[in-house]
Structure formats: structure tokens, C-alpha cells
Design a protein around this ligand. Structure first.
Ligand code: F6P
Length: 539
């Protein structure tokens, strides 16, 4: 493909940007009374209102032309077909196979992977139901009451996010916790009130070599053995989720209690693989299968819906419009649901580890912006923290608002008030308040400028009926595919993560320098050397 910025559609968008950058959403809405309904799309149970974006019909046409010229549909089909699109690691990218129905055929190197996926799901299900039903007994014969998932990155963020999101579906007499940080505080605090005899650790690590996870797993092992005092207890209190059977065995976990997945599942795309075991134990097989069905609904929507009605395509392209033409650097994700408290953190890895890249698939330095900084927290809390800057600051911050028509809790007034804030915020961000309106309200002229809201702040609103397992699956897959669309346009590899390597290697070199008895010979830069010396002197 020719360079992205040389594509006719890219250049047409550059010209178009200068024509429309000054348009205000007030005028766009005034000119088209149907805009609010017209610029919407629906798929897999999610309704997307994208009318409050700074786009005209022509903008959308040109963005869709960009997707076309960049070959997004072709690349999408290559991913679904199991082609090795992760070129730097020579791997297929098939998280979509993890939620494919039993009779689907998806081949990697000539082998249909779907039966293997379902075989693992069945083993997970058997295990999860035994734990939930009190049949899986700990070493002293007591049923398991506490599940502790040990993992980090994709082996933590997806499970903890989904567990929190699906608490209304969880078996409430099970305590489920997640330990990720190598900071010993994390493990210490998470196990301090647990009875080892009733605690099961799920060590989740694709590689089973990650420093944080292995350190936490060894400390958890020591914590357990300090109470149960018999190595034989490990088999009853530790199971593993990994692709590395050898390392699992070496740790002392019986590989009969290991749940596998495959190198064609990226860490940040793995929560619907065996990495979701803690979620399955918490919510049960049926709900977990519903979650997978929701992912699959969105896969099908992404694969088959026309580009102009395709949610991941639209959201991906709108993101590119601000990122590459307006110069916006960030995207705020604002779920109006306490259960989605971890969703922004989950998306940070999904988006930023995928699209934080500086070279094209062919290895050439890009001459355009790639992935945005993703951030956010649940509304309404964010409103009392950082929304001031979104409303009246000098930066353009596109926002995704996520809300649900029905809640799970029995406090009806809360939900209407919560949702009133969703609709109020997106209205205020789009339309603002002019100086004239402020003065009409009787505000003194010297104060009035401070009370002006420029508006024209772009937002998407995603609305679904209720946060069910199925809707959660669709929502996650929506963002997975949105990230894919953007990576495809930017011509980067969204599926490797070499950027996390250098720090890991240096930490491996520095750790023994911190631990050495004798003063080590330090060969870092003068700043790093000074910091290490100060740490050693004062620890
Ligand atoms: O942060 C780097 C990373 O490799 C992620 O991609 C991955 O999700 C995480 O570390 C954990 O890796 P593992 O599952 O192999 O422990």
C-alpha cells in the first residue's frame, strides 16, 4: 500500500478539515433536525449516537473512503481467517476464535482450532462448577470460599474488569480477589483476612515467566505452606492458566490443573480464553457463555455490517478524525456505571499497548500520530474531578459516554439521576453556553467570560438496555475491533508489544544491584547510579 498520508482519501480529509474545523455543533444540529436520530447506529445490543461529533455527511463519506483505501475490510477478513497478521511475531490473531460457535471452522496452519477452544471451555466449566458447588476441596477437606487470581496486564485487567462488571451475576458466598502488583502490599492486603485452607489461587500468565506474577505466585505459595505445611497442598490450592506447560509443572502445579490457550491469543485479547477462569468461577458457566456470545455478536456485526453502519468502524474512524486531523491527543472513556469502574484501565492496555507504535508494518517511521492516550473513570465521579477541563479547558478531548437504560440495584431514583447526568453532560459539551446567554442570565459582564461554555466538544454515547454478560461481551469486542480499525488505517502492528521489553530487561539488571551485599559496581547513567546509591543507603 502507498504511504497513508499519500492516499487520496487522506489528502481529501486534510482539505476537508480546513473547511469544517470551524463548524459548530449548534449549527450542524440547527441545520438538520433529524441529525440526532440519523447519525446513530446499532449492533449487538449497543446503540451508538455519534451525532454530537464534528462531522458532516461529507466528513463521514471521506472517512469511510479512507477505511476503504487503507484496506480495513481486507485486513479484518485476514484476521478472522487466521492469517498471520502479527508479522513481527509470525502469529495469527484469533481472539475471535475464542468465542466462535462449536461448529465454526477456523484454521491455523491447516488445523481447525475451534474444537480445542471448546475442549478447554468444557474443562474450565467442569472445574468452575466443582468449585462453585463446594465439591473441589482444599487440602484439609474444606470447600473453597476464596479465589485469588494472580496475573498482570492482560492476565489481570480483563478478569478484574469483568468480575466487577458482572458482580450482580456472581455467586456471593465466594470471595474473589485479584493480585497483580509486584508491590508486596497487593498480595499482603488481599490475603490478610483469608483462610489458606479455603483459598484457591489461579495463577494466570500466558508466558508463566512474568516477574510480577511469578514473584506473587511464589509468595502466595509460601503463605499457603506456612499454614498448611505440606507441599502436597499445592495441588489442591493452585491451578494455572498458561500456554507454558513446562514452567507450570516446574512451579509445582499439576498440569492436570492447567488450562491452556494458544500463541494466537494476545495477552490483552485473552480475557475470553482460559484467562477468564476466575470470572467463570465467579459467575458460572452459563453467564460466561453468555459473555462469549456477546463477543461473538459484535464479531459478526463487525464482520458483516456495512461500513457506514458498523460500530467499530465508525468509532475507529471518528477517533482518527480527531487524532490525526484535529490533533487531539487523548480519548476519555466515561462509563456511567459503577460496575465498569475498571473499564477505562482495561481499555488503556487494550488500546495503548496495541496502537502505541511508531513504525509501520513494513518498519518505516510513521509521519502521523498513532494511538491516543486513553483515560477516564466512572461518571458521575469524574464530573467532580476533571470535567472542568473538558468543558472549559484549551484541549480538545473527545469522550465516549457509556450508559444503560436499566440498573441492577433496587434504588430507582439513583439510576434516573445517573442517566440524567449522561444526557446533560453530552448536551452541555456539544452546545455549551454563549456569552449572550450568560449575560441574559443576569451575570455581571466582568464575570460573564468565565461562565461561557464554548461547546463543540465531541462525544459518542453508547447506550444499552442493561449491563448483562452478553452486553459486556459486545462492549469489549466493540473496543477490540475499534482498536483494530485504527491500527489497520495507521498500517501498524496492533498485536505486538516490544515497547514493554526494555524496562523489563533493565529491571532484571538492576534488581541484583539493589540486593547485593557489597557495594555493586554501577555502570548506568549518573542519574540512575545516584538513585540506586541513595536507595541502598536508606532502605
Ligand atoms: O505488559 C506486557 C505483557 O506482555 C502484556 O502484553 C501481557 O498481558 C502481560 O505482560 C502479562 O503477560 P503474561 O500473561 O505472560 O504474564
Amino acid at each position: 500500500m502507498s504511504r497513508l498520508t499519500d492516499l487520496p482519501a487522506w489528502q481529501a480529509l486534510e482539505d476537508h478539515y480546513y473547511e469544517v474545523q470551524g463548524l459548530h455543533l449548534r449549527d450542524l444540529f440547527a441545520a438538520d433536525p433529524q441529525r440526532g436520530e440519523r447519525l446513530s447506529a446499532e449492533g449487538a445490543g449497543l446503540y451508538l449516537d455519534y451525532s454530537k461529533h464534528r462531522v458532516t455527511d461529507e466528513t463521514l463519506r471521506r472517512l469511510l473512503a479512507l477505511a476503504d483505501e487503507a484496506g480495513v475490510a481486507r485486513k479484518r477478513d485476514a484476521m478472522f481467517a487466521g492469517e498471520k497478521i502479527n508479522v513481527t511475531e509470525g502469529r495469527a490473531v484469533l481472539h475471535t476464535a475464542l468465542r466462535a460457535p462449536r461448529d465454526a471452522v477456523i484454521e491455523v496452519d491447516g488445523k481447525n482450532v475451534v474444537p480445542d477452544v471448546h475442549e478447554v471451555l468444557e474443562r474450565m466449566s467442569d472445574f468452575a462448577e466443582r468449585v462453585r458447588g463446594g465439591e473441589w476441596l482444599g487440602f484439609t477437606g474444606q470447600p473453597i470460599k476464596n479465589i485469588v487470581n494472580i496475573g498482570i496486564g492482560g492476565s489481570d485487567l480483563g478478569p478484574v474488569m469483568a468480575y466487577e462488571a458482572l458482580r450482580p451475576y456472581a455467586q456471593r458466598d465466594l470471595t474473589v480477589r485479584f493480585v497483580s502488583n509486584i508491590d508486596g502490599t497487593d498480595l499482603t492486603e488481599k490475603v490478610r483476612d483469608l483462610d489458606p485452607a479455603q483459598t484457591l489461587f489461579i495463577v494466570s500468565s500466558k508466558t508463566f515467566t512474568t516477574q510480577e506474577t511469578m514473584t506473587n505466585a511464589h509468595s502466595a505459595r509460601a503463605w499457603l505452606l506456612s499454614s498448611l505445611k505440606d507441599e502436597a497442598a499445592i495441588a489442591r490450592h493452585f491451578v494455572a492458566v498458561s500456554t507454558n506447560a513446562e514452567a507450570v509443572q516446574k512451579f509445582g502445579i499439576d498440569t492436570a490443573n492447567m488450562f491452556g490457550f494458544w500463541d494466537w491469543v494476545g495477552g490483552r485479547y485473552s480475557m475470553d480464553s482460559a484467562i477468564g477462569l476466575s470470572v467463570m468461577v465467579a459467575v458460572g458457566t452459563e453467564h460466561f457463555r453468555e459473555l462469549l456470545a456477546g463477543f461473538h455478536d459484535m464479531d459478526e456485526h463487525f464482520r458483516t455490517a456495512p461500513a457506514g453502519e458498523n460500530l467499530p468502524m465508525l468509532m475507529g474512524l471518528l477517533g482518527i478524525w480527531y487524532n490525526n486531523f484535529f490533533g487531539a491527543e487523548t480519548l476519555a472513556v466515561l462509563p456511567y456505571d459503577q460496575s465498569l469502574a475498571y473499564f477505562p484501565a482495561y481499555l488503556q492496555q487494550l488500546d495503548m499497548e496495541s496502537n502505541g507504535k511508531h513504525v509501520t508494518l513494513g518498519g518505516a517511521e510513521v509521519d502521523y500520530q498513532t494511538g491516543p492516550v486513553v483515560w477516564g473513570q466512572p461518571g458521575t465521579n469524574g464530573q467532580h474531578a476533571f470535567y472542568q477541563l473538558i468543558h472549559q479547558g484549551t484541549k480538545l478531548i473527545p469522550c465516549d459516554f457509556i450508559g444503560f437504560c436499566r440498573s441492577h440495584h433496587p434504588l430507582p431514583p439513583h439510576h434516573d439521576l445517573l442517566m440524567a447526568n449522561v444526557f446533560a453532560q453530552t448536551e452541555a459539551l456539544a452546545f455549551g453556553k454563549t456569552l449572550e446567554q450568560v449575560l441574559e442570565g443576569g451575570v455581571a459582564p466582568d464575570i460573564a467570560p468565565h461562565r461561557v461554555f464554548e461547546g463543540n466538544r465531541p462525544t459518542s454515547t453508547l447506550l444499552a438496555d442493561q449491563l448483562t454478560p452478553r452486553i459486556l461481551g459486545a462492549l469489549i469486542a466493540l473496543y477490540e475491533h475499534k482498536v483494530f480499525v485504527q491500527g489497520a488505517v495507521w498500517d501498524i502492528n496492533s498485536f505486538d508489544q516490544w515497547g514493554v521489553e526494555l524496562g523489563k530487561v533493565l529491571a532484571g539488571k538492576i534488581a541484583p544491584e539493589l540486593q547485593a551485599e557489597a557495594e555493586p559496581e554501577l555502570t548506568h547513567d549518573s542519574s540512575t547510579n545516584a538513585l540506586i546509591r541513595r536507595y541502598r543507603a536508606r532502605r
